[in-house]
Design a protein around this ligand. Structure first.
Ligand SMILES: Nc1ncnc2c1ncn2[C@@H]1O[C@H](COP(=O)(O)OP(=O)(O)OP(=O)(O)O)[C@@H](O)[C@H]1O
Ligand SMILES: O=C(CO)[C@H](O)[C@H](O)COP(=O)(O)O
Length: 318
């Protein structure tokens, strides 16, 4: 039995919510058990060079994808890497960092599924696809508050990046086991980020919990806050699980039970909102912390897949 790390990919465009999703999953698995890698560190050019050349950070030529792929393969076999570091604060590179993978490795970034070798490194592949208007809002807020840009600069950058987003980022959706889209409710009841709904596209590429049980619970309700449907995504049949931002704690408990009942007893303590208060935490519009049930359930489902993968590939005791 091998003892290699379990590898999770979280891919999506800039400010699609990768770091936010990663945080809760890493908390549940225990920060000491998780190595988080951001593939922005594999940019080939610093911020000034990119502006001079006229290339965006989304273009494959703007990244050392060959080195990224090598490093992912090394991490998958439990070996250390000397990882470059790109600082979003300064827009330049810092001295590389020695990284030895923990039991779980989460790799988040823009181009993680862009090569076959990189894709093959992951046990679980997630793609984040919020509506573009919501992503723009998130990016403007984040880049003005944390990365020193003005709102006008971020809007101009988004426009400049759109062709590369279309050509190189969005097609990666096809490789994901789970596609995650947070979206505002259509009735405008979103008073802040915590009330966003989530739509989870579940591809049959990995075995999901048996969510059909939810149908018994919701069939009696005229406007269920948790829904399961059959649909097509990129022309292929998929299950779609939706959780509304206004779902109640009791309704979310039912979903949690479905996910957690399928866990072996020695791993079940990872699987509850009660013992993991960090699940679903997100910064609201004015910087306050909000608890989002749709985010918590998304993080729990992805954690479930990581723990299930340990059963397949490892005899793990954590
Ligand atoms: N599920 C969510 N609910 C509400 N707000 C969110 C959610 N996910 C992300 N955000 C908002 O979007 C901002 C950007 O998210 P985040 O930093 O997670 O994106 P990212 O994909 O890691 O970005 P980048 O790749 O550019 O570093 C956050 O600061 C937060 O305000
Ligand atoms: O798309 C991004 C992912 O985070 C960044 O914008 C990209 O990494 C370039 O960084 P910066 O905006 O700091 O120049």
């Amino acid at each position: 039995m091998s003892h290699r790390p379990i590898m999770l990919g979280i891919v999506g465009d800039s400010a699609a919510g990768k770091t936010t999703l990663t945080k809760g999953i890493a908390q549940v698995l225990g920060p000491e058990n998780v190595t988080v890698i951001c593939t922005d560190d594999y940019h080939r050019y610093d911020r000034r060079q990119r502006a001079e050349i006229g290339i965006t950070a989304l273009h494959p030529d703007c990244n050392y994808l060959d080195i990224m792929q090598q490093h992912l393969s090394l991490l998958r076999t439990g070996q250390p890497i000397l990882k470059p570091i790109y600082s979003h604060k300064t827009g330049t590179f810092e001295p590389p960092q020695y990284i030895k993978p923990s039991k779980f490795v989460i790799v988040e970034g823009l181009l993680g599924y862009s090569t076959r070798g990189a894709r093959d490194s992951f046990d679980v592949k997630v793609y984040l696809a919020p509506p573009e208007s919501l992503r723009a809002q998130w990016k403007i807020k984040r880049d003005t508050q944390k990365r020193g840009y003005t709102a006008e600069q971020v809007k101009a950058e988004l426009e400049k990046r759109e062709p590369d987003s279309e050509q190189f980022i969005r097609p990666q959706r096809q490789w994901a086991d789970v596609v995650v889209s947070f979206y505002p409710p259509s009735d405008g009841s979103d008073q802040g980020n915590g009330h966003l709904n989530v739509r989870l596209v579940l591809r049959p590429t990995i075995p999901h919990p048996d969510f059909t049980q939810i149908l018994d619970i919701i069939s009696s309700h005229p406007h269920p806050a948790i829904r399961l449907d059959l649909d097509r995504d990129m022309n292929k049949p998929v299950d779609v699980l939706e959780v509304d931002g206004h779902a109640t704690s009791e309704q979310v408990d039912e979903l949690e039970k479905i996910i957690c009942n399928d866990m072996p007893p020695h791993l079940s303590h990872f699987c509850s909102r009660e013992s993991n208060p960090e699940l679903g935490k997100v910064a609201g519009t004015t910087g306050e912390t909000i608890q989002s049930y749709p985010l918590a359930m998304t993080q729990l489902l992805i954690t479930y897949h990581m723990l299930k993968a340990t059963q397949v590939y490892q005899s793990i005791t954590i």
